[in-house]
Design a protein. Structure first.
Length: 1209
């Protein structure tokens, strides 16, 4: 416990509000004489209940109110507030900080308050007396206090010890009790009736008390059982957590080993895959060689088959010659025909001349006949060609078809093989694509989960920081808001007029227009200047007329409530000389009325009349920015007044101003309005800040939840990504193998397609030739020839008919010519047929020769193909062996790789399983810790026990105490630390949970069966019983005699005697030690004046400094007497320590050596108590933790400046 702050306003020389902030150690108050240092001590005494005006260095109590100075008006009240730190609970009040305030009004009224709540002086005195601070105020050693202690009587010295030990409170209470008992005689009859009524109430209340006592015992059992069950739950949860944590460590170690094995397996797998990759080219080369040799083998087989077929087709085949087509016979026929023609031509030549007209018809007929003859000739030539080439084309078509069929079979086989490889590739590709998509999605999900987790962590951290910042901002705004509110209230309180203005406004409301400060508004910054310009009328009231002013003055004199300044509106006239233009042209000069605006008081008409009066009052006043400008403005201008912004007033003959005085009403009102505006702004900002705090708290909780959810999602996504990546690697290996195989088949199919296309093209060419030859048959040729001959005959007949229609001569000539021409044509035809037949026979001979050559070539090709085929088959067998060996090597590597992949998959699955187990265990551990935290919170909330104390005193390892032991009618008491006091190890039965659960259910059932229980029944019964007993005893005592009262008083006296005896013994012991410190080598002791009567004996002081034999205090020097008085006070301080001590210049009369001894005593007191010292000594200032400088200027008002010395050291 120590003093924190002392706020003084209106007390003695402290006109303005002044606050002292005291340190727990030593606080020194320094300053020149007469500056008001001792007023600090008087303020402390006064606020703690001092009632003696002389003790406060005054003639009457009103003297403590600031009386005013030449430049400062007196105040109407004195207010002092003392704040005490009660964190240790030294004061019997449920507050860690206690503020005691006292207010005295000049009218004589007083107000006391504790923490802002009104109280009595007695309440303050009793509150302080419990900590050794009595009304004698021995802890406050003011000026002259030492001399009073030295000149005190032995009984007065006894009073100092009694006050320090708290006995005076008992004495005062004893006196009050005696006075009350003497006053009870008139109420004896009523007390007898009251006693009988109380006796009737005791019976039902006693039954309720028994039920309440039983309920207390059962509640104790309920609490004990709950505590033991909760302790068992907590122990089990902690044990389970420890076991699971050990299991988790083993799982982590197993996972680390599995991961190492997996890494080794993957390394072996990579090595085998590399070997398989190296074996793949050899296998592919062997397969390609085998495929190529197989293709060569097939080609040679086809070649041999083709050669055999060619040999068969080119075998010997005789082409019989047609007898009718003998060329010699045809030549003879042609010659005979030519002869016949010659005869006819001779006849024609004879008839030519006569038949000139018929020549054209004959020539036309001959032309037509010749054309038809050409057709017939062509038909004959086509028939010859057909007979010559049909057999050869048929063999070529058969050979081409054989080659096409072989190519188609090979292509079909390659297509089937390629389709199978393509299907495997497509399946592997689809699976790889699906797995790649799943892997990308899993990786993307893991990335998103990781980003979300990081974002959630960052957001949670940001939310926590924002919550802290919002809370800090809200607290700062709250402090600022409270400060502004206090400032506004203080300023508004200062605006209340202490003179008779309030009474005038209440009694003469019709005549009063309002206060001057309410009638006009002032531009900010010019309030002090306008206040100085108005002078005493700044605090005045405006009235309507002089008659109203007379009525007001008469009423004030009759009531005796003070004086007041009045401004008469009807008689308002310009005061002073208006400012000339040259003055207003000066820089910074303006009329005073220019800064006035509308006010806030009165009706519109009243406000205008009052404002006009104020403007008239300021008509001869100008405002200037500084004093130099104001002086120039009034120089040589009588009647003109200039006022500066700082309130300095200048006229042509006078000037007054200087340091700023206390704020005037206008300034105070402006400051109050600004404070209220700032308070409103801070209130709105505070509401926003509180909303921001709530929102930040919700966002912080949500961010924490999101971070936990994101962490769980991240772990799941990582596991999914690992599984997808492993499966994708396996399928991609299969896909690569299928792709390589498909590529090889594609090349083979492309080559087979090109070969088949070439063979089909050759087949189409030979087939087209064969079809053309076959389309023209023998019958068709003969028919064509007949048809051509018929056509020719028809033409001839047509020509003949034409000639017949003409002259007979022409017809005859034409007939001759036609016959001659026919014969010529026939002869020519016969000649051509003979030539053609000769060429055909020559061509048949040449063709037979070629067939014989081709047959021999086919025989040679067949023999060579069969020999090469034997060699190629051997090469194919060797290539097949190489291929089989390469496939066996690759199959072994694939089997090993499959086994390694399966083993690695099992290891990966094991690692994933272990990772999942670790993650699940982490989640379970978090849940377990949350459950443990909940159990620990329940321990604190439900039982008021820390978790360790709960397990220590209620754990399952402890035996259950006998229910009859340690159980009384009330719950076991609790120690100062909040733990149960009944923790002793009592032998009993071991803990069995089921029994404790049954015990709890049984106790709860019993508690419920009691029904409604009056929890205050025990206290009410005890109080009522005690009251009945007390009244009965008092009545009996009053009726019999005062003997019983004397016995009660004797007990009080015994208590007082015991406490005083102990306090005196401690004080005497401490006095000897302190005296020996202050007077090295000297002796000092305390002596009782009547040791036989400890209730009334006084205390004498014997002091013998070193080297002296005197013991009487009156024979000591001034310094020795001061030290002796200090020794007595310090002995009392040390025997019965007080939280603080105030000493006012107690070391003023000491020399430097004795001052050093006294300072050593102060250092001892500093360890246990707070010291506030009024001093002039520099060495005393050096031991202080804080220093306050007090000064007084010429205005008679005390000013204080403080400094914490720890900040300078």
């Amino acid at each position: 416990m120590h003093l924190k702050t002392l706020t003084v306003r209106g007390f003695k020389s402290f006109a303005s509000a002044t606050t002292f902030e005291f340190e727990p150690g030593v606080t020194a108050v320094v300053g020149p004489n007469g500056s008001g240092k001792s007023n600090v001590v008087d303020a402390l005494s006064w606020v703690m209940g001092e009632q003696g005006a002389k003790s406060l260095r005054g003639g009457k109590m009103e003297d403590v109110i600031f009386a005013g100075t030449a430049g400062r008006a007196p105040l109407g009240r004195a207010h002092v507030a003392l704040t005490i730190d009660n964190a240790d609970g030294a004061l019997p009040i449920e507050y860690s900080e206690v503020t005691i305030s006292r207010t005295l009004f000049r009218s004589g009224g007083s107000e006391y308050a504790i923490n802002g709540r009104a109280c009595r002086l007695l309440d303050i005195q009793e509150l302080l007396s419990d900590s050794g601070l009595g009304r004698e105020m021995h802890v406050i050693v003011g000026q002259g206090q030492l001399d009073r202690i030295l000149h005190a009587t032995p009984e007065e010295r006894r009073g100092f010890v009694e006050e320090a030990s708290g006995i005076l409170k008992h004495r005062r209470r004893k006196e009050r009790t005696l006075r009350k008992l003497e006053a009870m005689q008139a109420n004896l009859d009523r007390l007898e009736d009251l006693t009988a009524e109380i006796r009737r109430q005791l019976t039902p209340l006693g039954r309720q008390a028994r039920v309440a006592r039983r309920a207390q015992r059962i509640q104790h059992d309920v609490r004990d059982a709950r505590a033991r069950l909760l302790a068992d739950d907590l122990v089990r949860a902690r044990t389970s957590l420890a076991v699971d944590e050990d299991l988790e460590r083993r799982l982590r170690a197993e996972r680390a080993q599995a991961e190492q094995d997996l890494d080794a397996g993957r390394a072996r797998q990579a090595d085998v895959e590399a070997r398989a990759a190296r074996a793949t080219p050899a296998l592919n080369a062997a397969r390609d060689t085998w495929y190529q040799l197989t293709a060569v083998q097939e080609r040679y087989r086809s070649l041999a088959s083709l050669a055999a077929e060619r040999r068969r087709l080119l075998g010997p085949a005789a082409e019989p010659a047609e007898p009718a087509r003998d060329p010699d016979r045809l030549a003879v026929q042609a010659a005979r025909t030519r002869a016949e023609q010659g005869l006819l031509l001779e006849q024609v030549e004879d008839a030519t001349d006569g038949l000139a007209a018929a020549i054209e018809d004959r020539e036309a007929a001959e032309a037509a006949a010749r054309a038809q003859d050409a057709v017939v000739t062509g038909l004959l030539r086509a028939a010859a060609d057909r007979r010559e080439g049909l057999a050869r084309l048929t063999g070529a078509v058969a050979a081409a078809r054989s080659r096409v069929e072989a190519a188609e079979n090979e292509l079909a086989r390659l297509h089937a093989t390629r389709a199978e490889a393509g299907e495997r590739r497509e399946r592997a590709g689809a699976e790889a694509e699906s797995l790649a998509l799943a892997a990308r999605e899993a990786a993307g999900a893991a990335d998103r989960a990781r980003a979300e987790h990081e974002a959630a962590d960052a957001a949670a951290g940001t939310a926590r920081a924002a919550a802290r910042e919002a809370e800090t901002a809200a607290q700062e705004l709250l402090r600022a808001h409270d400060a502004q509110r206090a400032r506004a209230e203080t300023l508004r309180a200062a605006l209340r007029q202490p003179d008779g203005s309030s009474a005038v406004r209440e009694r003469h409301a019709d005549a009063v227009l309002g206060a001057v400060v309410d009638l006009v508004g002032v531009e900010p910054g010019w309030e002090r200047a306008v206040t100085a310009a108005l002078g005493p009328f700044a605090e005045a009231l405006a009235v309507r007329s002089h008659g109203a002013a007379v009525s007001v003055f008469e009423a004030l004199r009759g009531d005796g409530v003070g004086r007041v300044h009045l401004l008469v509106a009807d008689g308002a006239a310009p005061a002073g000389v208006p400012a000339p233009p040259e003055v207003l042209r000066l820089p910074g000069v303006r009329p005073a009325a220019a800064v006035l605006g509308p006010g806030a008081g009165g009706t519109d008409d009243d406000a205008r009349r009052g404002a006009a009066a104020v403007r008239a009052l300021l008509a001869g006043t100008v405002l200037a920015e500084d004093a130099a400008t104001a002086a120039r403005a009034v120089a040589g201008r009588p009647g003109l007044t200039a006022v500066t912004r700082d309130g300095d007033v200048f006229t042509s003959a006078t000037a007054w101003g200087g340091a700023a005085e206390a704020a005037g009403t206008l300034e105070t009102r402006a400051a109050a309005e600004r404070a209220e505006q700032e308070q409103a702004r801070l209130a709105a900002a505070l509401d926003r800040a509180r909303a921001a705090v709530r929102a930040a708290g919700e966002e912080r909780d949500a961010g924490r939840r999101r971070a936990q959810e994101a962490a769980a999602a991240l772990r799941a996504a990582e596991r999914g990504a690992e599984r997808a990546a492993s499966e994708l690697s396996r399928v991609r290996a299969v896909l690569d193998s299928a792709a390589a195989e498909t590529g090889r088949f594609e090349e083979q199919v492309a080559a087979a397609d090109r070969h088949l296309a070439a063979e089909q093209q050759r087949l189409r060419e030979v087939a087209d030739r064969l079809q053309a030859a076959e389309e023209l048959g023998e019958e068709d040729t003969e028919d064509a020839q007949l048809e051509a001959a018929a056509r020719r005959d028809e033409l001839h007949r047509a020509a003949t008919a034409a000639r017949a229609t003409e002259t007979e001569a022409r017809l005859a000539l034409r007939s001759l010519e036609e016959q001659a021409r026919a014969l010529g044509n026939r002869a020519a035809s016969q000649e051509r047929a003979a030539a053609t037949e000769r060429r055909a026979r020559e061509e048949a001979e040449r063709r037979a020769h070629r067939r014989r050559l081709q047959a021999r070539n086919a025989e040679a090709v067949l023999a060579a193909a069969e020999q090469l085929l034997v060699r190629v088959e051997a090469s194919v067998a060797a290539a097949a062996g190489d291929r089989d060996r390469a496939e066996a090597v690759r199959a072994g590597l694939d089997a090993e790789l499959t086994e390694l992949r399966a083993a690695n998959d099992r290891l990966a699955a094991r690692v994933a399983e272990l990772t999942d187990s670790v993650h699940r265990d982490e989640l379970a551990r978090t849940q377990q810790r949350t459950r443990i935290e909940a159990l620990e919170a329940r321990s604190l909330e439900e039982l008021g026990l820390t978790p360790d104390a709960l397990v220590e005193h209620y754990g399952p390892h402890l035996p259950i105490p006998d229910p009859d032991e340690g159980t009384g009618t009330e719950e076991p008491p609790e120690g100062a630390d909040g733990q149960d006091a009944l923790f002793g190890a009592v032998a009993g039965a071991p803990f069995v949970r089921t029994e404790q659960e049954r015990r709890l259910r049984r106790a709860e059932k019993e508690l419920a069966s009691l029904g409604r229980v009056n929890p205050l029944a025990l206290e009410e019964f005890a109080a009522l019983e005690e009251r009945h007993r007390f009244l009965a005893e008092q009545l009996e005592d009053l009726k019999r005699s005062r003997q019983d009262l004397r016995s009660i008083l004797r007990e009080v006296d015994e208590h007082v005697e015991r406490v005083f005896t102990e306090a005196y013994a401690d004080t005497a012991r401490e006095f000897e030690g302190v005296f020996a410190t202050l007077f090295p080598g000297g002796e000092g002791r305390l002596r009782l004046t009547d040791p036989t009567d400890m209730l009334s004996t006084g205390i004498d002081v014997e002091a013998r400094p070193a080297g002296k034999k005197i013991k009487r205090l009156s024979l000591l020097s001034g310094g020795e007497r001061s030290l002796t008085a200090i020794a007595l006070l310090v002995a009392i301080f040390k025997a019965r320590p007080s939280p603080f001590y105030v000493m006012d210049e107690v070391e003023a009369a000491l020399d430097d050596r004795n001052l050093g001894r006294l300072l050593s005593i102060f250092r001892q007191l500093q360890e246990t108590s707070q010291l506030i010292i009024i001093t002039h000594q520099k060495r005393t200032m050096e031991i202080a933790d804080a220093l306050y400088g007090v000064s007084m200027r010429g205005d008679g008002v005390t000013t204080v400046i403080g400094q914490r010395l720890a900040e300078l050291r």
